[in-house]
Design a protein around this ligand. Structure first.
Ligand code: KG4
Ligand code: ZN
Length: 342
């Protein structure tokens, strides 16, 4: 059995995990920086990078300790090297290179977005490919045709804001704070999802693309009227809850409709979903209903595996088996544009 240590520092979670080549997760430790960024209303890249520097080694120690594994027993180092904030990614990539060099073990570079799909495979503990993959995170909203663990072809994606980004921006408009997704979800639970008519971009379009920036603007207009300066956030009450609920319903409806189209288009009968927005309960319930209706299987990780973590880097095991190892001059790459031929 080979043991792996994985590192995730792409945004505002400092995370490490230990897993076997099965892969079986032995530990997954996540130090969230939410407290540090909350007062700025969003992630501040320099603050994130500095916090990763301070927290990464203790987080790695904790992951090893929880797994009951000594560093010398580790046979491979995995790291998310793309996409993400450059300063943040660099901390994890540098540490991973240093550890791979010191231990003289393979270095494995993992794509964070593909890792979000792989989290679904980890959750069920068996092969899930081929499937349609839907990643809905703070930076990406992408539909993939996943042929196997390492071959994903993009079917469609957002043309502007990611769904998680829209949640965060609407939370800010409504004065619900940071991080926005869970705050909007809590507020939406008090509101009427049919109270405010909001747009659903591309709902009846053939393309499997998304657009959420118009929806965010529609929430602004519903609050302030057109051509007005940005208003002060509404007080707690019916208007705020109704807007949150109507916004959430619009996002969920579009995401689920496009996932249904992707299943039909590809003829596949399995949908794997990942990314922070997949933690949203109303989204999960709508996905369950849709896949049941389509006679398809839904594979969706439990909440801690939806948001950023290092265990999802276990896709590295597939690369390790194929001897697809990274060189020690591995770069941190902030942007990644999936293609139809990935
Ligand atoms: O995957 P993730 O942890 O980080 C990125 O790779 O971006 O996703 C973070 C995003 C944020 O935009 C956050 O607001 C959203 O996921 N999110 C949610 C929920 N929990 C996190 N959105 C809606 N409902 C939630 N419960
Ligand atoms: Zn992520």
């Amino acid at each position: 059995m080979t043991l792996f240590l994985a590192i995730e520092t792409s945004c505002d979670e400092t995370a490490a995990a230990v897993f076997t080549d099965e892969p079986r997760i032995l530990s997954s430790v996540i130090a969230s920086q939410t407290d540090l960024h909350a007062r700025f209303g969003g992630v501040v890249p320099e603050v994130a990078a500095r916090a990763h520097l301070q927290r990464l080694l203790p987080v790695i120690d904790e992951a090893l300790q929880q797994a009951g594994v000594r560093l010398e027993e580790i046979g491979g180092i995995a790291v998310h090297n793309t996409p993400g904030l450059i300063g943040a990614l660099l901390v994890g990539v540098s540490a991973a290179k240093m550890l791979a060099l010191a231990l003289d073990v393979p270095l494995l570079a993992v794509n964070h977005i593909e890792g979000h799909i792989y989290a679904a495979r980890l959750a069920v503990g068996r092969d899930i490919f081929p499937c349609v993959g839907l990643v809905v995170s703070g930076g990406h909203t992408v539909l993939f045709h996943c042929r196997d663990a390492l071959h994903f072809a993009m079917l469609g994606g957002t043309l502007d804001d990611a769904a998680g980004e829209a949640f965060d921006k609407v939370a800010s408009l409504l004065g619900l704070g940071f991080p926005g997704g869970p705050a909007v979800e809590r507020e939406a639970a008090q509101g009427d999802p049919d109270a405010v008519a909001l747009p659903r971009a591309f709902l009846h379009d053939e393309r499997l693309d998304f657009s959420f920036s118009g929806l965010k603007t529609a929430v602004l207009y519903a609050l302030a009227g057109q051509n007005q300066p940005r208003p002060a956030p509404p007080p707690p009450g019916k208007q705020r809850a109704d807007l949150a609920a109507s916004f959430q319903k619009a996002v969920v409806e579009v995401l689920v409709a496009k996932a249904r189209q992707a299943l039909r288009r590809t003829g596949l009968h399995r949908l794997a979903v990942g990314g922070g927005v997949a933690a949203n309960r109303s989204f999960r319930a709508a996905l369950e209903a849709m896949t049941r209706d389509e006679g398809a299987e839904l594979v969706i990780p439990p909440l801690p595996l939806c948001t950023d973590n290092a265990a999802m880097a276990a896709i590295a095991v597939e690369k390790w088996r194929r001897r697809d190892w990274a060189a020690l001059d591995l770069d941190a790459v902030p942007t990644w544009t999936p293609t139809a031929t990935t």
